[in-house]
Ligand binder design. Structure first.
Ligand code: NAP
Length: 285
């Protein structure tokens, strides 16, 4: 965004429901301003019934690219001409680009997650990773972990069947164990893992007093990752810091998946620091 919207301004945006609280407009518009690119990022609330019409209509109206969020990430595949291999395997798209007149789907969530760990000096290769949760975020994280060469993933989820379905999907990529979410299974799995990742909504604003892991189970040798970025420091991360663990918040994943979308649309290197600062300023406000 160069300051004003002109006839030449390229529009990119986000489709989802809801989109009102998304931080993506904040981080992308900060990046466009910083690089003085003639782009603007706009959120579009799209009801599931109108998904296909909205995607076609927005691209017919000249939009340069889209992010896709809940609840459209899976169903949007049917609206596209082509889906890249990783997004196809995952069955979920979060970024759409128009390439040679064709709508092409990508998924930057998993790579963004791994990049956010690398940025914090966390190497997942050969590690046993405890993933708490088995929803959409857990799926993206698990595929990325499998591709990045972890030794084993232990899924602990309130609804065991959901984790078992996920295990079936990634069984040929990585060794997987599934357990119900109880204090006993958490205690047992925390003893044999090196990295713990909360992919549940437990601890997210406004229920910030909740935590998926009792603090007394955390040991200093663990790296504790929380995908939640609101609040930036969840009760889980506070307890992990007190216990002497290395901690990683969800902000990095948010920024790096956005940076990868930015690069797909513009062909420019994303200013990750600027995007992080913009998100922090908004979250701290
Ligand atoms: P989702 O598909 O709805 O999955 C929610 C998960 O949370 C499920 O495993 C669910 O268990 C579990 N859960 C919910 N309430 C629970 C409770 N009271 N006790 C125990 N488990 C509970 O959501 P999602 O899209 O995966 O998102 C999950 C979290 O990741 C959110 O906080 C989201 O903000 C965050 N996220 C962050 C980023 C990022 O860029 N940092 C990206 C994506 C998502 P059941 O299966 O039993 O229902």
């Amino acid at each position: 965004m160069t300051g004003s919207i002109l006839g030449t301004t390229k529009v990119v945006g986000l489709i989802g429901s809801p989109v009102e609280h998304s931080l993506s407009p904040v981080i992308h518009n900060a990046a466009f301003r910083h690089l003085q690119l003639d782009y603007v990022y706009v959120p579009f609330p799209v009801h599931p019934d109108g998904l296909a019409r909205a995607v076609r209509g927005l691209f017919q109206a000249g939009i340069a690219g889209l992010n896709v969020t809940v609840p459209h990430k899976e169903r949007v595949l049917d609206c596209l001409d082509r889906v890249d291999h990783y997004a196809q395997v995952l069955g979920a798209v979060n970024t759409i680009v128009k390439e040679d007149g064709q709508l092409v789907g990508y998924n930057t969530d998993g790579p963004g997650f791994i990049q956010s760990l690398q940025a914090e000096g966390v190497d997942v290769r050969g590690k046993t990773v405890l993933v708490i949760g088995a929803g959409g975020a857990a799926r993206a994280v698990a595929f990325a972990l499998g591709q990045a060469g972890v030794r084993e993933i232990i899924f602990v989820n309130r609804t065991v069947e959901r984790a078992q379905n996920l295990k079936r999907e990634i069984d040929d990529l990585v060794q997987v164990e599934v357990l119900p979410l109880t204090p006993e299974t958490l205690q047992k799995s925390l003893q044999c893992c090196q990295i713990v990742i909360n992919t549940t909504t437990v601890g997210m604003y406004p229920h910030t007093d909740n935590t998926p892991v009792p603090g007394q189970l955390l040991q200093p040798r663990l790296t504790v990752v929380d995908l939640i970025y609101n609040p930036l420091e969840t009760r889980l991360l506070r307890a992990a810091k007190r216990a002497g663990c290395k901690t990683v918040s969800g902000l990095g994943m948010l920024v790096y998946q956005g940076a990868a979308s930015f690069e797909l649309w513009t062909g420019k290197t994303a200013p990750v620091g600027v995007m992080t600062d913009a998100a922090l300023a908004k979250l701290n406000r």
